[in-house]
Design a protein around this ligand. Sequence first.
Ligand code: FES
Length: 99
Amino acid sequence: MLRRRHNDGKVVKITIDGEAVDARAGESVAAAVLAHASGATRTTPVSGAPRASYCMMGVCFECLMEIDGEPNRQGCMVRVEEGMSVRRQQGARDMERAS
Ligand code: FES
C-alpha cells in the first residue's frame, strides 16, 4: 500500500485527463496521478500495455506523461503546480507537437 509522506495541508488544483482534482502542494505529478487516477500513467507505443510509475526517482521512465501540453515528461520529477494540466500518455507521443 502506498502512503503519502508529504502532507502539510496545502492543496493545489490540477486536472488529470481533464478531471479537476486536488493535489497536495509539493508532491510530484506521478504521486498525484497515483493517488487520484490510480493505475497506469501511460500505455506503451507498441502493444498498448498499461505502465505505471515505478521508481519515483527519475530512473525507469515508466511515468511519462503529458504535462501542460508537453509530452514525455517524467511525472515523478515534476512537482504539481496550481492549474497544471496532466494527461496520461497513450502510446507514442504526437510527433506533430514535438519540438
Ligand atoms: S517513476 Fe521511474 S522515472 Fe518516474
